[in-house]
Design a protein around this ligand. Structure first.
Ligand code: GLC
Length: 429
């Protein structure tokens, strides 16, 4: 793993996390994998709930026919690596209760299905081999477990909680170092319904997690005030650095290509590659990460729609990764020019201007932070020089920015470079 935590990347008043956030904020880009029985109905991972399918029927149809004969986690890992991702989180169990690993606590697991084997272990191995940090998603809900669902009168939460904690213990003891844990989810509702920390015995679970994997980065869905490291907005982009009670926190947006997380055969429209790349730049410009989701098929493959996008993202990342890894929100004194996002590498003292719209010939960077600190500017993808001139010093022209406030005016090529999101690299003094 080439990524080492470095100091000084984040704001001074950033909320401290109990887990090791250094690798996490350095990496910036991860892969979310939603894979389980719901890949077979192929119409959303909530299909069991949405269509009111009873557990026996769901099991009969999908558990008995789950046979991912083309499963090759090495291929997934390479596709993610080429896309520029540095870590991942995979669904060990989603809300339908089906487990990818050989849990001793249930028979509702991949080895007992036609898959006939533990599907989690080879995945962890394959991703570790490609240098990834490891992450596990685990559902707190379980629509299959009899103590969780069945007849509400017989429903035995303490027994279910024993199962839940037991499974988390297995996951955190049997698979080596796990860097990230994504538990999903609690729902405290005003009318007292919904599942909360009391239901999961979240405090006890949190203590166990910290004891078993002290450095693990834990998400925020156990309904605990303090027991979390990462805030995880999903399917929305925060407008600014995510803050809790006014204090900025480590955060990660998790996003999908379309709406579903699990494989959905018929869903459209999918977001295009350039939208995803902009989303990544947007996250980093606000001090956050992007966890981008894929839903592999029931045969164990990433479909063409997914591969095409991962490849496109990878083409951009190859030449622009420097504007993402180890980067964060730019210091406030650098004003964001129109139609742009700024990212900043505090260790290298470089500022990156992501040009969401290609300017008409000139880009004006207003303010003395620019005029006093810019040393050299180039287009990042080909390291070609961008000419600069100081503005606001003389009579100038009323039209082209040279007369305006002190700053720097850049002269750009007429035509947008042939890359989905051009970036300027600014070396600061
Ligand atoms: C939601 C959904 C779920 C998905 C998760 C990802 O909680 O219930 O399907 O796994 O978000 O963050």
């Amino acid at each position: 793993m080439g990524i080492r935590p470095k100091k000084g990347r984040n704001m001074k008043n950033l909320r401290k996390s109990a887990g090791d956030s250094g690798w996490f904020t350095e990496s910036r880009f991860g892969l979310f994998i939603h894979w389980g029985l719901y890949a077979l109905p192929a119409r959303n991972e909530w299909v069991m709930h949405n269509e009111g399918i009873p557990p026996e029927e769901y099991e009969k149809k999908y558990f008995r026919h789950f046979d991912p004969d083309l499963y090759d986690p090495g291929h997934w890992a390479r596709a993610a690596k080429n896309a520029g991702m540095k870590y991942f989180a995979v669904t060990t169990k989603h809300h339908d209760g089906f487990c990818l690993w050989d849990s001793k606590l249930t028979g509702y697991k991949a080895p007992a299905s036609p898959a006939g084997r533990d599907l989690l272990k080879p995945l962890l191995e394959a991703f570790r081999k490609e240098g990834f940090r490891t992450g596990l998603y685990h559902s707190l809900l379980d629509w299959h477990h009899p103590d969780y669902v069945s007849d509400p009168a017989k429903h035995d939460m303490p027994k279910y909680v024993e199962y839940l904690h037991g499974q988390v213990r297995e996951l955190l003891t049997e698979f080596g170092v796990i860097d990230l844990l994504f538990l999903d989810f609690s729902s405290r509702k005003p009318d007292g319904t919904g599942k909360t920390r009391e239901d999961w015995q979240s405090e006890k679970l949190y203590d166990m997690i910290r004891k078993l994997q002290p450095g693990i980065m834990l998400n925020d869905r156990l309904d605990l005030e303090e027991g979390w490291d990462i805030k995880t907005p999903e399917q929305v982009q925060p407008r600014e650095w995510v803050a809790i009670n006014g204090q900025p926190v480590v955060w990660e947006a998790c996003q999908t290509f379309c709406n579903s997380w699990g494989y959905h055969r018929d869903e459209s429209p999918w977001r295009d590659t350039d939208e995803i790349v902009r989303t990544l730049a947007d996250c980093v410009s606000k001090g956050g990460n992007l966890l981008l989701n894929v839903g592999p098929t029931g045969r164990g493959e990433l479909d063409e729609r997914t591969l095409k996008r991962l490849e496109g993202i990878g083409r951009w990342m190859k030449n622009h990764g420097r504007a993402i890894y180890g980067c964060t929100k730019a210091p406030e004194e650098f004003k964001n020019p129109a139609d742009c996002r700024l990212t900043y590498n505090p260790v290298k003292k470089r500022l990156y201007v992501h040009l969401f719209a290609w300017p008409y010939r000139h880009l004006c960077l207003d303010g003395t932070a620019y005029s006093e600190r810019i040393e050299y500017v180039q287009l990042l993808h080909d390291a070609s020089e961008v000419k600069t001139e100081l503005t606001g010093n003389g009579p100038g022209s009323p039209f082209n920015g040279t007369k305006e406030e002190k700053g720097v005016r850049l002269t750009l090529p007429l035509k947008k470079p042939d890359t989905i999101l051009p970036v300027l690299e600014i070396f600061l003094k």
